[in-house]
Design a protein around this ligand. Structure first.
Ligand code: PLP
Length: 378
């Protein structure tokens, strides 16, 4: 990997130490150009139609390769919420069913389920978490014979806790419970393959670690479940439409996840996402994961020896690209501002500083970050 070359593709990296990929991923020059290509195609009106239409299938192939799915299991959506809501509105609920999740999820993975209470009498159980961990045993203990779906974030937004999706998925599969994953904080950093992990539904926006534009993402729906997950946002692209005669109506759903896509796509977003995925294939997810974990290990060692309190768990099974921490003497706001003044970009979340480097960040940048922190020595 020629890191210097890769860094040149992201002009922002020359101006900031950018450690905020759990908020927004920066765009490479190539991604911006790809977005422009979609707009130029539409500048040609219907003459440009084949250009934008023909990019959708290759995009789905790349997404499918990233997560070990088949392209027929991928629907394009605007964002994570739309993906999760497609699941929430598509399950054929019975009154008295419940959904099990936990009390540290990002709200994107709470409200689609809470919203089922009034309309369908489906209760959402928020398992109490302890010490910033989503404990498998606590999730299992909250499930009963009326549990229809368990949902967790692959990686938690606040402290980067990586859920044990293998064990949760295995439990759900055995019990006939749907297992749904909000993957936005893990994809693009950690490897996750749905052909090796019992996941039924997975949703992710592409604007964080996947380094793609805002407003594009995808939903994975396991092939075997597509007949029972009802499409609720239905339009001309959901069905096998007779395009010779649009008023020849027939509600024949397409035999793939396309049935969850109602109308036209966000083509600029899709073009950008297609381009950004090329980088992940070029570098390779093994290499990306290894580098991000190496950088975050370095970060955590430095934070500990600087007297900061880590809120992230760093065992091999629990760690991710996101690290959060606090100081017992300096307020998180002060630390955040101090870093920003030094052109080091992080986030403030839940009263802590959240740091999220990507594979193209360098050990020198991590050292700069550590050196910019207020000291604990008097
Ligand atoms: C875990 C998690 N899910 C979802 C989102 C965002 O959801 P959406 O893509 O719908 O904006 C975020 C952050 O913004 C997040 O941290």
């Amino acid at each position: 990997m020629d890191l210097a070359r890769i860094r040149e593709r992201f002009p922002l990296l020359g101006r900031f130490v950018y450690l905020n990929h759990s908020a927004i991923g920066p765009l490479s020059i190539a991604v911006r150009e790809a977005v422009g290509e979609a707009l130029e195609a539409q500048a040609e009106g219907s003459v440009g139609y084949p250009v934008w239409r023909d990019r959708i299938a290759p995009l789905k192939e790349r997404i499918a390769r990233l997560i070990g799915a088949s392209p027929a299991e991928i629907a394009l959506v605007r964002n994570t919420v739309e993906g999760l809501s497609t699941v929430a509105s598509g399950v054929l609920w019975r009154e008295g069913d419940n959904v099990v999740t936990n009390d540290m999820e990002f709200p994107a993975n709470i409200y689609p389920w809470m919203n089922l209470e009034v309309r369908y009498g489906v209760n959402t159980r928020l398992v109490k978490t302890h010490d910033g961990k989503v404990a498998v045993d606590d999730i299992i203990a909250a499930c009963d014979e009326r549990t229809r779906l368990v949902t967790v974030s692959f990686v938690q937004f606040s402290n980067g806790y990586r859920a044990d999706v293998e064990s949760l998925g295995a439990f759900c599969r055995e019990r006939g419970i749907y297992f749904c994953v909000d993957a936005i904080q893990g994809l693009g950093v950690l490897r996750l393959r749905v052909d090796r992990t019992p996941i039924d539904f997975l949703a992710s926006g592409a604007h964080k670690w996947l380094l793609a534009p805002l407003g594009i993402g995808f939903l994975y729906v396991r092939q075997a479940l597509q007949p029972e997950l009802w499409p609720c946002e239905v339009g001309h692209l959901s069905v096998q439409q007779n395009t010779e005669n649009y008023t020849d109506y027939a509600l024949n759903f397409r035999p793939s996840a396309e049935k969850y896509e109602g109308g036209v796509h966000n083509y600029p977003g899709a073009f950008g996402f297609h381009e950004s995925l090329k980088l992940f294939e070029e570098v390779g997810m093994d290499c990306i994961e290894e580098r991000v974990l190496m950088l975050t290990d370095q970060l955590c060692d430095g934070l500990r020896s600087g007297g900061y309190r880590l809120l992230s768990h760093r065992s091999p099974a629990e760690k991710s690209g996101t690290v959060s921490f606090r100081s017992d003497t300096h307020s998180s706001e002060d630390v955040f501002v101090r870093l920003k003044e030094a052109k080091i970009i992080t986030s403030l979340r839940e009263g802590a500083i959240r740091v999220a480097p990507h594979f193209y960040n360098t050990p020198e940048e991590i050292e700069r970050f550590l050196a910019a922190l207020p000291s604990h020595r008097c």
